[in-house]
Design a protein around this ligand. Structure first.
Ligand code: UPG
Length: 607
């Protein structure tokens, strides 16, 4: 066998098949092809180079991976609390309500540094729960304008850059994995990088991932249809820190861009940026190196809980996310929280829910990164077939999480959180329709395409009401069993207003704005101001600098029509299509004004 390999591969294989690492089963399938020289040689070379790649991708190599996995799997089987020795308590942090003076002043403070932020999108996830095979950032964020998530994120970055960066560029780094690399690159290429210039776009790759493990002895699993190929899975979003270090992204950013902060955000949270200036304000006021965006958390929701952990022997204190599968055992192990992960009298868990939108102060982050190389601790979360905890439902793997960064921070490097209602900052699209239906039945947010879209409009309605506009709510409807308030559908592009604090310049007299429950309003033109409007139907304003006053619009509008089956998976997963029955349109960025009724449809392009 070993004649086929290089010396490095030779030693790696020797190690792996040893009793210590226990991977000799990988060679079993070769016995069946021992007489077929060509096949034997090709398959062996392929496996060797896969092992070599996996070995290089994991800090400490596959030997370290197997040793860690065996230990963590044994702890998990024994039901050991991974956070033993740390006592949880409810952390202190800043909690806000939209429209209050405190919100406005903190947001205003944050807006001062909005032009000095670098953006990091973690988009290497498989989307297993959503059951969608394409890249999630290519899904529509809403179907009124059909913008994709990636387009939306980039539009926001470009808007902030042009308004606040004083001619400078703001960088975007996207973390992809084996699974998401090709579709992400294709999406960018097909759209001319959505207008980003190459100097500001960075792609880092999680690479080969880690071997999937089929049992408590950390036996590597192979593909179900190919016993010569190891089955691999992404190592978790925690890889972002070591990649930012290893690929030199942070050192380049420090050298080439004028940045004070950096924000890490996930693939499908359509409300990701409304509260970014608020978070920046909180980070600035408190000198936080790391600031996590949090929402009131329902007990047992698949959202990590932010807790203050005090080390019972050293007295060290950390404000850190405890992942949703670890929170209940940790709490049960204490006297104070012995009922585990349950709601308190407020109807919510006393621990704020981490939504994994993290703001880092560049200087502090860079120091920690230099010291630690960005390596996060691993964890394992096997799903067992039964109580004996000897058989897994499907192969598991070691993972790491980006929000575990406080584990490598030292005294003086503080972490904290910014809490606000989820309606303004959190509505991910992670779940399939059947799972979403079950979650809603339990009173938990569905996290489906339909709710993601509805929440997008709802957040804008809330922000408009907070400045004094009159906006009705539609009656609840159900799309494929998912309950949503479908409208009014309001989309205000980031170049028009990118946070609640900017809305007043678009609607200087909010008391003169009325939007009925069946309406759709899209504002896509930079510098648009709407002085007074009574809208009952659809209005699209894409004309740059357009000033609107005394406008009354009534037309048949755009209607969401339920669909059961549809060829397009993106439509099937949300359960409706928008039928454009009538609308009023005011120009595009490069055409003249056009304000008529439905006849205008074909002549007007919605940007
Ligand atoms: N991701 C990667 N690489 C991976 C795994 C995930 O880039 O190897 C990305 C993924 O694309 C997504 C993000 O990381 O953008 C989060 O992944 P996801 O599967 O959505 O995370 P969850 O397991 O649902 O949990 C995370 C946090 C949890 C938080 C929750 C909020 O771990 O604490 O409450 O997100 O959405």
């Amino acid at each position: 066998l070993l004649q086929e390999s290089s010396p490095e591969q030779h030693f790696l294989l020797k190690d792996l098949v040893s009793a210590d690492l226990g991977q000799s089963h990988l060679l079993d399938p070769f016995e069946a092809i021992v007489d077929d020289d060509d096949k034997f040689s090709t398959k062996l070379k392929a496996m060797m180079s896969q092992l070599e790649e996996l070995d290089g991708a994991y800090p400490g190599g596959l030997k370290e991976y197997v040793h860690k996995a065996k230990k963590l799997l044994a702890n998990s089987k024994a039901g050991l609390n991974p956070l033993a020795g740390w006592a949880p308590s409810v952390p202190a942090g800043e909690k806000f309500e939209l429209g209050t003076e405190e919100y406005k002043s903190t947001e205003a403070l944050g807006m001062e540094t909005l032009g000095k932020v670098g953006f990091v999108l973690v988009a290497g996830g498989l989307g297993e729960r959503l059951g969608y095979n394409g890249t999630k950032i290519g899904l529509p964020i809403e179907t009124t304008t059909n913008s994709t998530y990636l387009q939306y994120y980039v539009d926001y970055i470009k808007a902030v850059q042009s308004k606040y960066a004083k001619g400078g560029l703001l960088p975007l780094c996207i973390m992809v994995s084996n699974d998401t690399k090709k579709p992400t690159i294709r999406l960018l290429a097909e759209n001319n990088n959505f207008g980003l210039v190459p100097e500001q776009l960075f792609i880092v790759e999680q690479g080969a991932g880690v071997p999937a493990l089929s049992d408590n002895n950390a036996k590597f699993a192979t593909d179900s249809d190919d016993p010569f190929t190891l089955s691999t899975k992404p190592h978790g979003h925690g890889d972002i820190h070591s990649l930012l270090y290893k690929e030199g992204v942070i050192s380049k950013w420090n050298e080439k861009f004028d940045l004070d902060y950096m924000v890490l955000f996930q693939d499908t949270n359509g409300l990701a940026f409304h509260t970014l200036p608020l978070m920046l304000g909180v980070s600035k006021k408190n000198g936080f190196v790391m600031n996590s965006l949090a929402v009131p958390r329902k007990a047992k929701q698949a959202v990590g809980g932010i807790a203050k952990l005090t080390n019972t022997s050293s007295g060290a204190v950390r404000t850190i996310n405890v992942e949703y599968n670890q929170l209940d055992p940790l709490l049960r192990s204490t006297k104070k929280f012995q009922k585990g992960d349950v709601n308190d009298a407020s109807g919510f868990s006393p621990f704020p829910g981490n939504i994994n939108q993290l703001v880092f102060q560049m200087e502090g982050y860079s120091k920690v990164l230099e010291r630690t190389k960005g390596i996060m601790p691993d964890f394992v979360n096997p799903k067992y077939k039964d109580e004996s905890k000897t058989v897994f439902k499907k192969p598991t793997r070691l993972e790491c999480m980006m929000q575990d960064f406080p584990t490598v921070m030292e005294g003086g490097e503080t972490a904290g959180f910014t809490q606000i209602g989820p309606e303004l900052c959190f509505s991910p699209v992670k779940n399939s329709v059947p799972d979403g239906v079950n979650l809603q039945a339990k009173g938990t947010p569905a996290g489906t395409a339909a709710t993601g879209e509805a929440d997008q409009y709802a957040a804008t309605r809330i922000m408009l009401r907070s400045i004094g506009c009159t906006v009705e709510d539609a009656e609840e409807v159900s799309f494929n069993g998912i309950k949503v308030i479908p409208g009014p559908s309001i989309v205000i592009k980031a170049k028009v207003a990118c946070c609640p604090g900017e809305l007043k310049s678009v609607f200087p007299s909010p008391e003169k704005i009325k939007i009925s429950s069946r309406s759709t309003l899209v504002i896509g033109g930079t510098g648009v101001t709407i002085e007074s409007l009574d809208l009952d139907g659809t209005l699209v304003v894409n004309k740059t600098g357009k000033k609107i006053a005394n406008m009354k619009v009534k037309n048949d509008g755009w209607v969401k029509v339920p669909v059961k089956d549809h060829d397009d998976e993106k439509i099937r997963m949300r359960g409706f299509v928008i039928e454009k029955k009538g609308g009023s349109y005011i120009g595009t960025d490069d055409s003249d004004d056009c304000f008529t009724d439905t006849d205008c449809m074909s002549g007007c392009i919605i940007a």
